[in-house]
Design a protein around this ligand. Sequence first.
Ligand code: HEM
Length: 256
Amino acid sequence: MIKKRWFSRSKVEAKSDGNRYFVRLNFNERVQHMIFLICFIVLAITGFMLKLPEDIIQKFGSAKDLVFFYRGILHRIAGVTMILVSLYHVFYLLFRPAGRRWLMDMLPRFKDLTDLLGTMLYYLGIKDTHPDYDRFYYKQKMEYGALIAGATLMSVTGLLLWTEEMWPKFLLDIATIVHGMEAVLACLAIMVWHLYEVHLRPRKFPIDNLWITGVIDEEEMREEFALHYKKIMEDPELRKIYLVPEHEEGEASLGV
Ligand code: HEM
């Protein structure tokens, strides 16, 4: 049974509790995730403020104009930051060893299809166990793909809306509809799909602190990512990357 981790655990604690730990997100990836997370929350709040009903807006009183002035500025600052961190992510995927490993492990493969079928049979009770997943499995790959598509769509339509004087009205109308609808879809995907998949599932509730610590213990690794675990244990090079060493940081945990 996997032990529930309620609070974030430092690497030092992680190493001294007798368990072995495996890197899921290195430091660099955790920082990218954190920046993206903050941008997303700011964008959602400052974006949906435009949809507030008039009687609520009136409650801001004389501060209304100032609040909405800063709302627009904040939305743009968070938007530009999100675009920059997304571009950095592309650079990371192409030019950093850990990024290239991420990209290769994230590419869709035929095994994802068989994993999907195997998992459905497991959910239906026809099979006793789910398939042995590799580093990323089909659900995570779909969510990552949806994130890339969504961020691209929001960035392009957001920049069009920002530079509205340069574009014909019909393009701006489309951009407004796409930006507004994708904003709803993205918020639902994060609040329902991502939050449930990551934090609200059994054994993780109320929060999975992996996004802060970056590591999971051996039991969880063996149970959730059995194929990845097997590959790591059989390959000394992968052990150097993914197994948190006793006394020093692993290559991946430093974000190399
Ligand atoms: C997840 C990311 C984002 C969310 C959830 C979001 C949300 C929203 C929402 C709900 C609106 C109102 C749309 C409407 O009135 O129908 C809006 C408007 C707008 N967004 Fe975004 N947005 C995001 C990303 C971006 C980005 C990356 C940019 C550009 C850098 C941007 C720039 C704008 C602009 C210029 C407007 C027009 C209204 C204004 O002046 O603020 N947005 N956004």
